[in-house]
Design a protein around this ligand. Structure first.
Ligand code: ADP
Length: 241
């Protein structure tokens, strides 16, 4: 699905956090929202997810007015930094959850749900974890399960908020490679938030650099590092290299 964001603004308690954001993401693209803490990345992601409401602006997904669609028709996969798995459910049940809560008319049968969950577990290379509970998993394993749960609903759009932020460097690298493989295999339109330049540059097709509620630059990694579009981007690149 292609996503078009037009002139989105948002304030919290009178303080502007998004000051007119325009962004077009193509179908099947993997895009990183990169910027320092407080630049508005998560707020933009939440607006696309329907978890926050903008003050002005429009959002189209494949030409349809996203805000006018009922939430259940938007089919968003969302992955949080801190997993948010259901602790009392096994890995298989966590992954099946998205299918189980669908409206009755589109809900697969119980047998189909379990078959689909097992297919996903194999696809995500974690079939051996099916019967474990979240408390028995490492951070990296939890994040694979969280992504599995998001993918179970066959999302139109996959959104990830600092998905690997709580993990250590070696595991982050593994998961990056794995996310890229999963993305390429599913062809989902994916937007992920990070403040980590290396992560954005390695993983994303295009990088969106945000600063203080505005998009400062959009482009391929090489372009942003070779030709920063503003003093802000140049400083940000220099500051975190
Ligand atoms: P980032 O993801 O780039 O770190 P955020 O979108 O989380 O930035 O936050 C941007 C600004 O909005 C920050 O100053 C943050 O404190 C503020 N903010 C975010 N969410 C809320 C909220 N629910 N209520 C009040 N202020 C918020």
């Amino acid at each position: 699905m292609s996503i078009t964001v037009r002139n989105i603004t948002k304030s919290f308690n009178g303080t502007p956090v998004l000051k007119g954001v325009d962004l077009a993401v193509e179908k099947g693209e993997l895009v990183a929202l990169l910027g320092p803490s407080g630049s508005g990345k998560t707020t933009l992601l939440k607006i696309i997810a329907g978890l926050e409401w903008p003050e002005t602006g429009a959002l189209d997904v494949d030409g349809e007015d996203w805000f006018a669609l009922p939430a259940r028709d938007r089919r968003i996969g969302f992955v949080f930094q801190h997993y948010a798995l259901f602790p009392h459910m096994s890995v298989r049940e966590n992954i099946a959850f998205g299918l189980r809560v669908r409206p009755k008319a589109t809900r697969p049968s119980r047998a189909d749900i379990l078959t689909r969950a097992d297919e996903l577990l194999r696809f995500l290379q974690i079939p051996h974890l099916a019967d474990r509970y979240p408390g028995q998993l490492s951070g990296g394993q939890k994040q694979r399960v969280a992504l599995g749960r998001a993918l179970a609903i066959e999302p139109k759009v996959l959104l990830l908020d600092e998905p690997f932020g709580a993990l250590d460097a070696a595991i982050r690298r593994d998961l990056r490679r794995w996310l890229r493989e999963v993305h390429d295999a599913t062809g989902s339109t994916t937007i992920f938030v990070t403040h980590d330049q290396e992560e954005a540059f390695e993983l994303a097709d295009r990088v969106v650099v945000m600063g203080e509620g505005r998009i400062e630059q959009i482009g391929h990694a090489d372009l942003i590092s070779d030709r920063p579009a503003s003093p802000f981007v140049a400083r940000f690149m220099g500051a975190t290299v």
